[in-house]
Design a protein around this ligand. Structure first.
Ligand code: PLP
Length: 579
């Protein structure tokens, strides 16, 4: 995995010679003539002052201190370079490896020369190398090689000007000329554009920060999650919302999502936004104004639905339960027998607040036996728990792309009976969260979002569904999450850290642990330093923390976390014992 920059590759011609820093220029010309070559008297360059010259030398020295190899590419023939190198060394610039373009089969923009150097340095990942150049050809070559690219403006002007012409430029002409070069570098796709070589050390530090971030952190959270590379990669295509190809992709996503829990009597309505947007749309559109809703609440997500209903002016009641225990079907049965006025029962399947799994089948059967409509917040259980919507006659559920489907945040969805989606026309108090309207657009409109669709996120969702299929669907995912959880729960138990939910009621999505005398902020920082992001608890009564088991994380990762935690606790004990 990429962790830091290991090589910086310079352009001999541009940076080290033409700009005049390899003084004296005259000597260079002489050396060239010695082998029958004329070095660019007509090349555009701005002589560098001694301070800039020192910048190059200092920059190279500071990169070397970090163990970074210095490679150089030259457009001059190997024979010329042989004569130039001793002079460069005498001046204080000695690359670790130098290749002339006549030493490889293909010149720029082929990445041949760069790869040759990477092989020489034993670098396998081109993202651990930076190409530094002052021409678009160098930047394109670097991009083709898969390296980071840095365009250097330095004292340069547009090529094609003679030295005398450059000297004759006015201040503003010089600036304009540099702006034109900047624009060309940008268009060529440079990752960084710097004015002067002494900015390069800062650029390398910034790249290293990005590499560390991308390589290390595993999120042990209930979403957004650690996602697969292919899922993020899928975002790299820009699509237009009404393009036929894009609409076909959208339709395939709708079909696949529906297929995960239902049949053709149901439809999936995608909505831009986080999961709550879908829960809100479901509650608002799929219950009527004169219908009483009963919420079964055993956590923060259940309570959030009460707020949604209150804001919409719905008639509702709640049955509240202890957050560490599942919703009690007997209490539901009693309530439904006592109060025939209830029209709809709503509950959360996996209460992510604690990780408690509620008895979906039992609650649904009871509500259905009383003839009620059933709406489920299946946000964190969908795609990891079996949900047979037609079999249980569930009316609708809400979930999102960034939980067990392991897609990216930004898209939520409601799967509902088509009859309900048809009949809720005109009921929504909100235009943007109108399920009926959005349903019409997506189905009658052949896959068209009414408003701007989060195209890249949808492509990532398409890829996430492909990854899901590839892994082996629900069975494989359930198995992996269970193993993840087992390693964590057993490992932490050894350390005296215990789950607060009893085993039979625990989901394999996320587990809540008692924090005991640990300090969350300190624990968080220690685990983050080791590459893991953990989640704070959400209970008011008891200090807790949570560990998610979902996302692109595996039993090996879980073991690494347990080892890290073991080490942290050992250090903490030692600290406490030293007076
Ligand atoms: C994640 C989640 C939600 C949605 O939360 P957002 O922050 O809007 O994504 C709703 N219910 C449950 C049970 C969840 O786990």
């Amino acid at each position: 995995m990429a962790k830091s920059i290991k090589a910086v590759i310079f352009d001999w011609a541009g940076i080290t010679v033409d700009s005049g820093c390899f003084a004296p220029v005259q000597g260079l010309a002489e050396a060239s003539q010695g082998v029958g070559i004329t070095i660019g008297h007509d090349r555009a360059w701005q002589p560098m002052d001694l301070a800039s010259l020192d910048h190059v030398r200092n920059t190279v020295a500071r990169l070397r201190e970090q163990g970074i190899k210095i490679g150089v590419t030259s457009d001059d023939k190997a024979a010329v370079m042989e004569r130039l190198l001793p002079r460069a060394r005498a001046w204080g610039f000695s690359p670790d490896f130098l290749i002339s373009s006549d030493q490889v089969s293909q010149g720029r923009p082929s990445p041949c020369i760069i790869w040759e150097k990477l092989m020489h340095f034993g670098i396998q990942n081109p993202r651990e190398a930076v190409e530094v150049g002052n021409t678009t050809a160098a930047i394109i070559e670097g991009k083709n090689a898969g390296c980071w690219t840095v365009g250097v403006l330095m004292g340069f002007t547009e090529p094609g000007l003679t030295r005398a012409e450059v000297a004759a430029l006015s201040g503003s002409e010089f600036q304009e000329s540099r702006a034109a070069i900047r624009a060309r570098f940008y268009r060529a796709g440079a990752d960084y554009i710097i004015d002067d070589m002494d900015e390069l050390v800062g650029v390398v530090a910034d790249i290293n920060r990005k590499l560390r971030q991308s390589a290390v952190h595993k999120l042990l959270t209930p979403g957004p999650l650690t996602t697969r590379h292919a899922v993020k990669q899928a975002m790299l295509t820009d699509h237009c919302t009404w393009d036929d190809e894009y609409k076909a992709i959208t339709r395939s996503v709708l079909d696949d999502l529906t297929g995960l829990a239902a049949n053709d009597d149901y439809a999936t309505v995608l909505l831009p936004g986080s999961g709550t947007y879908a829960v809100e749309a479901m509650i608002n559109c799929l219950t009527s104004w004169d219908e009483k809703i009963l919420f079964l609440v055993n956590g923060a997500y259940g309570r959030r639905m009460l707020t949604i209903a209150a804001n919409a002016g719905k008639q509702y009641e709640q049955l509240a339960f202890d957050a560490t225990r599942p919703v009690d079907p007997e209490a539901l049965e009693r309530k439904l027998s006592e109060d025939p006025g209830i029209g709809t029962v709503v509950f959360v399947h996996c209460e992510t607040t604690t990780g408690v799994i509620n008895p979906l089948e039992e609650l649904t059967r009871l509500a259905k036996a009383h003839g009620k409509k059933v709406l489920v917040d299946a946000m964190s259980s969908f795609a990891a728990y079996e949900i047979d919507m037609p079999g249980l006659d569930i009316d609708a559920l809400a979930s999102s792309a960034n939980k067990c489907i392991e897609g990216l945040p930004g898209l939520a969805f409601v799967i509902a009976k088509r009859t309900l989606l048809e009949e809720c026309r005109g009921r929504s108090l909100s235009h943007s969260l109108d399920l009926h309207d959005q349903y019409r657009g997506l189905y009658a409109g052949g896959g068209k979002f009414r408003f701007t669709s989060p195209t890249n996120i949808l492509l990532a969702l398409r890829q996430a569904l492909d990854e899901y299929e590839k892994e082996g669907g629900l069975a494989a995912r359930r198995q992996r999450y269970r193993e993840n959880q087992q390693i964590i729960v057993w490992g932490l138990e050894e350390l005296g850290i215990r789950p607060i939910v009893a085993a039979p009621h625990r989901s394999y999505i996320i587990t809540t642990f008692a924090l005991g005398d640990l300090d969350f902020a300190e624990l968080y920082a220690a685990l983050k330093a080791g590459g893991f992001i953990i989640y704070p608890g959400k209970l008011t009564a008891l200090p807790t923390f949570r560990l998610g088991h979902i996302g692109d994380v595996y039993p090996d990762d879980m073991q690494a976390l347990v080892d890290l935690l073991t080490e942290y606790l050992r250090m903490r004990r030692n600290r406490a014992e030293t007076p």
